[in-house]
Design a protein. Structure first.
Length: 451
């Protein structure tokens, strides 16, 4: 079971009402826990033993790993404040989690330390973490676990009376309801209930003959009286309310139905499509809750999982991820995991730095090549750095000749003017690119540096 609910509303949804005016958050209490260090084991102090205590509120040393109890391992990704699918008769479980809480209807909430939980769960029949039915709030009131909403009461009472459930013991009531659904209803994920109700309302609107909502206009009544076909939520809801009307406290439950086994490891696999709904009925004689599932067995074939090659690849990758997460969170592996992470991180940073350097070098080379294409170098242009020291860097957009002309304040104006003229001839006049002009400009540049 993953979660239990005790309040049904006419919109077709279940919610959870807490006893004694508590908020849902206040109703979650921590599960009894003890650290391994308290048991004389100095390893894995973060891992705690969560257990259902005995009548004295404790669990005896050595009793936490009883081999006579059924057990299973649970591993999978989990989120913060997620509800764990666990048997109602939880006995013990070791888990490296920050917190584990249970509410009055037996739902267990986990606050994990890591993205994957890996633990072994043991359960025992006499134990049940779910509390007994809530008492009535007043003498004239019904218990939350016995209440049938007024809108559904007429149809539910009609079916209970037709099946004569009031005079039966609880076991016979359950079997009679199961036979009733098995013989008269079918399982289907294709629902027409909402469509049929909308059709009725549109017809009334067209004829302008409106009726107030009655018990036969609800989603549940449509399922019970007309469609007689639906998915597990409808069967679980109907069973819960039928048992309540017959005098048996009951709750609506959701969880998972195990349908798939990994052929390689033999492990049971839970998927989202394995989600299921049923109800729990209170056995007053034995003071315990009984799981009651009245959904026709054909639902398993209807929800058969298509295990194709894509899903196998996804499952393999998910398993690798979970195995690695479990490995790196074990105390004896944390130092090695940190070394691996730092090594990989350092290698990635070094590779990124190398790529940036290569890219920057390539861009500079390309930019230099673009600037040099079609540009004629002269002896005067090669003095650009020397000139910049004399008169400052050339402003962006200023022609080279105009900038060099500012040297007139630092040297012979005639010499500078002649050098600029020859520079322009060499750069812009192809007919003047002879060796004589270049030699003359080179001589002028030597004289310029001397001044």
């Amino acid at each position: 079971m993953t979660a239990a609910y005790n309040k049904y509303v006419p919109s077709g949804q279940w919610s959870y009402d807490t006893p004694d005016q508590l908020t849902q958050e206040e109703d979650f209490l921590g599960v009894a826990a003890v650290g391994k260090l308290d048991r004389g084991n100095a390893q894995a102090e973060d891992e705690k033993l969560y257990y259902t205590p005995d009548k004295n509120g404790i669990i005896q040393v050595g009793e936490e790993a009883r081999n006579d109890l059924p057990r299973f391992s649970i591993r999978g990704a989990t989120d913060t404040d997620a509800l764990l699918p666990l048997p109602g008769s939880l006995y013990t479980m070791y888990a490296n989690v920050q917190d584990l809480e249970v509410n009055s209807v037996g739902s267990i909430r986990i606050t994990p330390r890591h993205a994957v939980i890996d633990t072994i769960v043991r359960w025992d029949g006499p134990f049940d973490r779910e509390q007994a039915p809530f008492p009535p709030q007043t003498d004239d009131d019904h218990s939350l676990d016995e209440f049938v909403p007024p809108q559904e009461r007429a149809v539910i009472r009609e079916i209970v009376d037709s099946l004569q459930l009031h005079q039966m013991p609880i076991e016979q009531k359950i079997e009679t309801i199961r036979s009733y659904f098995s013989e008269n209803f079918t399982y289907s994920t294709y629902l027409r209930i909402n469509t049929q109700l909308n059709r009725k309302w549109r017809k009334e609107q067209k004829n302008e003959r409106y009726r107030s909502m009655t018990g036969r206009d609800s989603f549940l009544a449509q399922f019970l009286l007309e469609e007689k076909s639906g998915h597990c939520e409808y069967f679980a809801t109907a069973t819960t309310l039928l048992l309540r009307q017959a005098g048996v406290p009951a709750r609506y439950c959701v969880g998972f139905s195990i349908q798939e086994t990994d052929p390689k490891t033999g492990e049971l696999v839970l998927r989202g499509t394995h989600a299921h709904a049923w109800c729990r009925a209170w056995d007053e004689k034995n003071k315990r809750w009984i799981d009651v599932d009245t959904t026709p067995p054909s639902w398993i074939n209807a929800e058969q999982w298509n295990n194709n090659w894509r899903q196998k690849i996804t499952d393999t990758l998910q398993r690798w991820r979970e195995d690695f997460t479990v490995w790196r969170t074990q105390p004896e592996n944390q130092a090695m995991a940190a070394t691996v992470f730092y090594s990989i991180g350092g290698a990635v940073l070094a590779w990124v730095a190398w790529r940036l350097w290569k890219t920057r070098t390539r861009i500079r080379k390309q930019f230099s090549q673009k600037r040099s294409i079609g540009v004629v170098k002269t002896p005067l242009s090669e003095l650009e750095k020397w000139i910049a020291k004399k008169i400052g860097p050339r402003p962006c957009g200023m022609p080279f000749g105009t900038w060099v002309a500012q040297l007139k304040n630092h040297g012979d104006p005639t010499l500078i003017e002649e050098a600029v003229q020859i520079h322009h001839q060499l750069r812009y006049d192809p007919q003047s690119s002879g060796g004589d002009l270049r030699e003359k400009l080179l001589e002028l540049c030597r004289n310029l540096k001397k001044t």
